[in-house]
Ligand binder design. Structure first.
Ligand code: LLP
Length: 419
């Protein structure tokens, strides 16, 4: 069941025509389908079966409070990578006991925030960070639950910017140092080893990297058990890819089965941190055509969403399908669809065959629910877009479009320069 579909030629999200949202809220606007978010979460949760597991939705993919509150209601835990993300989860009513805190650069303040909140686990990425967690916990008279994020040296065959488990990447610690680190954890009174963690990268389109990583972790888990460590969970991160176009990534079920198979029989709770597979196809970015123009070599559609609103094409060369919100045109044209930002990297699509839309017409940039709004900025002093959550026949603005005042909130002009 797809929740973005055409009815009498017009593009809908659930029971709401996207045109109605563009008219009511303006553009650019991110639109999320509640039914899709629910379906995706349940697909992942069910795929992990009856054995003990926890789905920790990766907040960085799309951290709107409404989305977090919805997932919390479905029983989701959360993967956070900053104090800000942890605060978002708490603000949305998320259960701290279902939060894992990843990331290579946690500050003392962020560690303290996690300890005070009572999170499930810090995914620790290095020896110095481990000392920092131990010290903050000792100061707060707490025992910090930790998992070591290991780097299994697996090529996830994805964009180099989002591959995180190569020998040269900054994430985790090499497998061979893990046993010594767990021994150090066991000796430290303010630390408690509760798990083992890894994350391979993002938009992974085959099972092989997951299988390779899980079987390396399995071996390490056996060694750690032999060393006397009593862990409670193993966290295999996120990373499952989604179809943006013709990609055919494994299904959540295939992914979960492969993880379980490679890990072998185990009493450990399996934790996963999916982001994209839950949010990406649940969202679209609505944008309006401002102008058509012809350069010397290319034809352009200039739209009102730019790289500040959706950075993925500019940063990774990602391809997002463009669907006309109105009836598709008979004639198709080859265009560069570009934004208003003053950079040549500001494009949503290049040399792409699309509908022949003109000024005032609307496009939906598909599969934009993950790493869309969450990577948006106000570059060029462009207010960040609105976000809308559709639920059947109704839709709610779940984030107001920023207004010009938001652009300079917190800025101050020194006394002698005041106008
Ligand atoms: N866990 C950790 C520790 C992560 O670093 C990430 C993503 C995830 C889970 C979730 O991965 P997912 O299931 O969404 O693949 N901005 C890029 C993606 C960056 C992903 C960073 N880490 C993009 O737009 O493609």
């Amino acid at each position: 069941m797809r929740h973005f579909f055409r009815r009498r030629g017009e593009l809908y999200c659930e029971e709401v025509p996207l045109r109605a949202i563009a008219e009511a809220v303006g553009t650019p606007t991110y639109v999320y389908s509640r039914a899709t978010l629910e379906r995706h979460f349940r697909a992942v949760d069910r795929a992990l079966g009856p054995a003990p597991h926890l789905v920790c939705y990766s907040v960085k993919a799309c951290g709107n409070l409404a989305v977090l509150a919805l997932l919390r209601r479905l029983g989701s835990g959360f993967d956070v990578v900053s104090g800000g993300e942890l605060r978002r989860v708490l603000q949305a009513g998320g259960d701290p006991a279902r939060v894992v805190f990843s990331g290579v650069g946690k500050t003392d303040d962020e560690i303290a925030l996690g300890l005070r909140a009572g999170i499930l686990c810090f995914n620790v990425e290095g020896e110095q960070e481990l000392s920092a967690v131990a010290a903050v916990a000792a100061r707060l008279r707490k025992v910090a639950p930790v998992a070591l994020r290991v780097n299994p040296d697996v090529d996830a065959k994805t964009h180099p910017y989002v591959a995180t488990a190569l020998a040269q990447s900054k994430f985790g610690v090499p497998l061979r140092r893990a046993r010594a680190i767990y021994r150090a954890i066991a000796r430290c009174p303010s630390l408690r080893a509760v798990g083992l963690d890894c994350h391979l990268g993002s938009q992974i389109e085959s099972l092989a990297p997951f299988e390779a990583a899980a079987s390396r972790l399995r071996r390490l888990l056996e060694e750690l058990a032999a060393d006397g460590h009593r862990l409670e969970h193993v966290d295999l991160g996120g990373g499952l890819g989604v179809p943006y176009g013709r990609e055919q990534p494994p299904s959540p079920r295939q992914w979960a089965d492969a993880l379980r198979r490679a890990l072998g029989p185990s009493r450990l709770r399996l934790v996963v941190e999916p982001g994209r597979v839950i949010a990406a196809n649940a969202g679209a970015l609505l944008t309006r055509v401002l102008y058509r123009k012809r350069g010397a070599a290319r034809a352009f559609a200039v739209v009102d969403a730019g790289m500040n609103d959706l950075l993925r094409p500019a940063l990774y060369g990602s391809v997002h399908a463009l669907e006309p919100v109105g009836r598709p045109t008979r004639r198709k044209v080859v265009l560069d669809v570009v934004g208003p930002v003053c950079e040549s990297g500001d494009f949503l699509a290049r040399r792409t065959r699309v509908d022949d839309l003109g000024p005032g017409d609307l496009w939906a940039v598909m599969t934009a629910g993950a790493y869309g709004f969450s990577m948006a900025s106000s570059y060029n002093s462009r207010p960040r877009p609105a976000e809308v959550l559709v639920d059947g026949r109704r839709f709610d603005v779940v984030r107001d479009r920023e207004n010009p005042r938001d652009l300079w909130r917190g800025e101050h002009i020194p006394e002698d320069l005041k106008p």
